[in-house]
Design a protein around this ligand. Structure first.
Ligand SMILES: [Zn+2]
Length: 465
């Protein structure tokens, strides 16, 4: 194959799906898909050479973009015992003030931050659909289109998952007044997906569906929505919040006699298309049954810590062959490496062991976690973003070997130092999405402009009544 210098990158060390390889040439086509990965080769004349170890870009499998502007604003005691639910009340007050313009500005900056922190694609779990009083916008797709535009401007890959939200609790409790912006009928949701399809296709985005949770979507609606989505696209991803909170588990048992995951597996066609977001509170039987469906567990370690959700039992999930990826969810933290660090540390703290998520095949814990999270994240995204292999998108990350935490270390130790030792300063050098360079020297070209627009949008949102 003739070398096209603008569609290739040579790296002395690269993390391929089977592990670290030496002297690797990656080549991609005009659509940004990898067409050749050659290890143990000499750098061809004219090929750009990566200045550090080459990693696959990380898919971010769970995001509520507007919540980025809310980070840091709930870290004070309101009730004598604050919880997820008291946080949610504050979050709803913030959501009530979002406008199409502020959402686009917040999401654009968030996506720039994601790219600068190692994420090359995002699954946007999008539930604020309507105007402040719940009236649909003149163009009913206004807020969804704002998110697609933000992703396109920043240059991040996107799986847009419009959220179906209909009730405020199990047993079809009517929605609360502060949920009016989220509510759509099932038919209306399916029309929205059809309306969005051309815009999504034009930018290589994938459309899926997110039934918000079992408390927000009654059984009939869940069945009809999944069926309707499948008729539109039999491969479209389906994401659902499940078993995040013990209160939700108790309410589900009171309603149905079953726990949420147990109920879902018995009443919905859960398979590889599904992403079970959080799935924090499962019995050993639920771990086994859910893992065997092939669904991805969507773990959001820093948000789950921030909200006091609980700890996912990853070793048990892996024991049953479970697949997983990471999401930044509420965006209290936007950094792929920190999510991996928090995930491993939560396991260490609860088990009083070290290097819990390493495996016999891959003893280096940062390497093992990165490969699994990229593969699971790609599955959840429903996009070809599963690593440095032929047919996958050229989503590439090069670590910054000039960073003090990494300098002069061997390549696999650099990834460990990036995940466990770069102490919240980015050790990321450059990043490509679909073969297009979006970050160089750790910075995105829109960094300053997007940050400024974000701060203005946040201030306006806080001030709005
Ligand atoms: Zn969420």
């Amino acid at each position: 194959m003739a070398l096209d210098a603008s569609h290739s990158l040579f790296a002395a060390d690269a993390l391929l799906p089977m592990g670290w390889a030496r002297n690797v040439l990656v080549q991609w086509n005009g659509e940004g898909h990898i067409c050749a990965v050659t290890a143990d080769t000499a750098a061809p004349e004219g090929a750009p050479v990566a200045s550090g170890p080459l990693l696959p870009g990380m898919p971010n499998l769970h995001s509520h973009a507007f919540q980025r502007a809310f980070a840091g604003l709930t870290e004070y005691r309101g009730e004598s015992q604050d919880s997820f639910w008291s946080w949610r009340n504050l979050m709803y007050r913030f959501a009530a003030r979002i406008t199409p313009e502020s959402l686009e500005a917040i999401a654009t900056w968030l996506y720039v931050e994601m790219l600068e922190a190692g994420y090359t694609s995002v699954c946007e779990f999008h539930y604020v659909h309507h105007d402040h009083d719940g009236t649909p916008y003149a163009d009913d797709a206004t807020l969804s289109l704002a998110l697609l535009r933000a992703a396109q401007r920043a240059g991040i890959g996107i799986t847009l998952l419009p959220v179906l939200y209909q009730t405020s609790g199990f047993g079809a409790k009517p929605p609360r007044a502060d949920q009016a912006r989220f509510i759509r009928s099932t038919d209306n949701m399916l029309s929205l997906l059809e309306r969005l399809a051309p815009a999504a296709q034009a930018q290589g985005a994938v459309l899926g569906l997110a039934p918000h949770s079992l408390r927000a979507v009654p059984p009939d609606s869940l069945a009809a929505a999944v069926q309707g989505l499948t008729a539109l696209n039999a491969q479209a991803p389906i994401h659902i919040h499940i078993a995040e909170q013990t209160q939700e588990v108790d309410d589900c048992v009171a309603w149905s006699g079953q726990r949420p995951v147990q109920w879902l597996l018995e009443h919905a066609p859960v398979d590889e298309r599904w992403c079970l977001v959080h799935a924090t509170h499962m019995t050993p039987q639920e771990y086994q049954d859910a893992a065997r469906t092939g669904a991805v567990a969507g773990i959001c370690p820093t948000t789950e810590a921030n909200l006091g959700d609980g700890i996912f039992d990853m070793p048990l999930w892996l024991q049953h062959g479970g697949r997983w990826g990471v999401g930044s969810d509420s965006h209290a933290c936007v950094n792929a490496a920190e999510e991996l660090q928090m995930l491993e540390y939560s396991q260490r703290l609860s088990r009083r062991q070290r290097n819990v998520l390493a495996s016999a095949a891959q003893p280096d814990v940062a390497t093992a976690m990165t490969l699994q999270a990229v593969s699971g994240g790609a599955q959840a995204a429903g996009r070809a973003v599963g690593g440095l292999a032929v047919g996958q998108q050229a989503d590439l990350v090069v670590l910054d070997t000039r960073h003090v935490a990494l300098r002069d270390l061997p390549a696999h130790s650099m990834l460990s130092a990036h995940v466990f030792g770069s102490h919240r300063t980015s050790a990321l050098g450059s990043l490509w999405v679909a073969g297009v360079c979006r970050v160089s020297d750790g910075r995105h070209v829109l960094h300053d402009a997007a940050a400024q627009a974000f701060v203005a949008a946040r201030s306006a949102t806080i001030a709005r009544n």
